[in-house]
Design a protein around this ligand. Structure first.
Ligand code: PEP
Ligand code: MG
Length: 577
């Protein structure tokens, strides 16, 4: 049995699909004149095959994910028919006598350079697509199977060294049962996405790609963080039973869907959901979230060829606002950078991307991009109860600058006679120790806080949230992090304002009683975690949770603190028979 990090709960049993991104060796190879027609013929066949694949990808993505996400494959199909590209490839075969693979590689570089030299930013960004589509063509010429997670014929468990958030977004969710990776951490975005999508996952297994072969039978237990390769019949029976028990527990908790998270002594805490992709709304509605506490808008920008326009964004935000009706939706402005990349934004390569040009830092530097998003959010605010939230705030000036751009966006909409909610609330994420320490000052500028524990923990403890080697040091139960959380909550309450939490810690049912005791007003999490958290809150009293939280803040060791919390849960939380 291999032990990793339990990234997303659930048990799946199935065949392994090793997802490896193979680098093709494109050494220049010459041919004899008599093979020119043969190479042209090969090119013609490979082009047909490429176009078929792209058509299929387009149709499937459009149906399962959405028209916007599918648009990339449409662009690729157009590039495949591009006469300049075709002329160049054929030229390298007929005039320079290269094999079709080399010819395509050379033509790709020529056309890529042509695109890169253009003045129009949109067309310049097409260079990435030229490389993408030509690589596909080269793979097809070489008859090497292109690995993608869309085009799967059977149900599989994906095994990979690492998966980027966009690899995960492009998965065929009907065929992928779950995934296991060598790298990663519980709060890296790939793991967060898996939880939101209810896709069982184990990350940080270090060497699973060396241990598993394509087609091997595996059991993946995302609840415990384990993987069994070549399980025995008895293992399979045991895990099938365990899966059934988990499903029954989940079903039993569904009776809480329409209940509030209210303690035995009458204190309520709002239970909200985090979303990224439109698909996430299914479980939000199914599990009856009281609000959306975090809408990660960056997923709208990923897997695209250019930034979504104001009206594309407006449509996406409006749908969510309308689906939630009178319930609040906190839309977080673009938080790209760190482990989330977007090719067309051409972000610089950085030594420390998590400490670099990301989120509000990039938005304040690219004002037009930011204003477009703010206008789209404002327009959608007419159709529901939207709140705006800025990510990664570290400096007071950033809040003021962001608010100035927001005022400009509002003024432009007023000029255009476009309605929006004039009283829209604006909040910030508290994700850095610097912001937490000056929460008493920051709160004067905003309506609310939401604590992002994923980043707050990594920055407070200097532990990369996605690095499996130091995962043992990454704990939000660290007293240093908890004290910062307490400081933030108290600062907001002193000004009569509220604090929520949208980091993954909010969905940890054990932490829920502690966070209640610390005075948090809202917990926002993957929809699937909401029932367990509600159940916990409904079984305790606020007075005892407060007392316990107070004691915990005086403890020095993470282990001691967690043991104390376990004891409290055992003693004070009424277990029903
Ligand atoms: C966080 O940092 O806790 C958070 C919610 O933001 P993200 O996970 O998207 O960085
Ligand atoms: Mg964050």
């Amino acid at each position: 049995m291999m032990i990793g990090i339990a990234a997303s709960p659930g048990i799946v049993i199935g065949k392994a699909y090793l997802f490896e991104k193979i680098e093709l060796d494109c050494k220049p190879t010459k041919i004899d004149q008599k093979y020119v027609d043969y190479e042209l013929d090969r090119l013609c066949h490979a082009k047909k095959k490429t176009k078929k694949q792209l058509e299929k990808l387009y149709e499937e993505t459009k149906e399962k994910v959405g028209q916007q996400e599918a648009a990339i494959f449409d662009t690729h199909m157009m590039l495949m028919d591009d006469p300049i590209l075709e002329h160049k490839i054929k030229g390298y075969i007929t005039d320079h006598l290269y094999v079709a693979e080399t010819a395509t590689n050379y033509a790709m570089n020529d056309v890529k350079e042509m695109f890169e030299a253009l003045d129009d930013a949109y067309l310049r960004e097409r260079a990435v697509d030229v490389v993408d589509v030509c690589s596909r063509l080269i793979y097809n010429l070489a008859e090497v199977e292109i690995m993608n997670l869309q085009d799967l014929d059977e149900e599989v468990i994906v095994i990979a060294n690492d998966l980027t958030p966009s690899d995960t977004a492009s998965m065929n969710f009907e065929k992928v049962l779950g995934f296991a990776t060598d790298m990663g951490g519980k709060t890296a975005h790939t793991a967060i996405m898996a939880r939101t999508l209810e896709l069982p996952a184990v990350v940080g297994l270090k060497v699973i790609t060396h241990e598993v072969e394509n087609g091997d039978m595996v059991i993946l237990d995302g609840t415990e963080g384990t993987v069994i390769i070549h399980p025995s019949d008895e293992d399979i029976r045991n895990y099938q039973l365990k899966r059934q028990q988990l499903e029954e527990e989940k079903k039993a908790l569904e009776e809480l869907i329409h209940e509030e998270a209210i303690t035995l002594d009458g204190k309520t805490i709002e239970i909200a959901a985090n979303i990224g992709m439109p698909k996430d709304m299914d479980s939000v509605l199914r599990y009856g979230a009281q609000a959306i506490g975090l809408y990660r808008t960056e997923f709208l920008y990923m897997d695209q060829v250019a930034c979504p326009t104001e009206s594309e964004q407006f449509d996406a935000y409006k749908i969510v606002a309308e689906k939630m009706g009178a319930k609040p939706v906190v839309i977080r402005t673009l938080d790209i950078g760190g482990d989330k990349s977007v090719d067309y934004l051409k972000l610089p390569h950085e030594m420390n991307p998590f400490l670099g040009y990301r989120a509000i830092r990039m938005c304040l530097d690219r004002e037009e991009l930011f204003k477009t998003q703010l206008k789209a959010i404002l327009r959608a605010s007419h159709y529901g109860k939207i709140r705006i939230m800025y990510p990664m705030i570290t400096h007071m000036e950033q809040v003021q600058q962001a608010n100035t751009i927001l005022e400009q966006a509002k003024a432009e909409l007023i000029d255009q006679h476009i309605p929006f909610d004039k009283n829209i609330e604006v909040g910030i994420m508290i994700e850095t120790p610097g912001a937490a320490m000056m929460a008493d000052l920051l709160i004067k500028e905003v309506d609310f806080f939401s604590i992002g524990t994923n980043d707050l923990t990594q920055y407070t403890l200097a532990v990369d949230r996605g690095n499996e080697k130091i995962n043992y040091l990454y704990s939000t139960f660290h007293p240093g992090v908890l004290r910062l959380i307490k400081k933030v909550i108290d600062a907001s309450h002193k000004e009569g304002k509220w604090t929520g939490m949208c980091g993954e810690f909010a969905g940890n049912e054990k932490a829920a009683v502690l966070l209640l005791g610390l005075g948090l007003d809202e917990l926002s999490m993957s929809a699937v975690s909401m029932m367990k958290v509600k159940d916990m809150i409904r079984r305790c009293t606020y007075s005892s949770a407060k007392e316990m939280a107070h004691k915990l803040l005086d403890m020095a060791y993470v282990n001691e603190l967690e043991h104390h919390l376990d004891d409290y849960i055992d003693k004070h939380i009424k277990k029903e028979g």
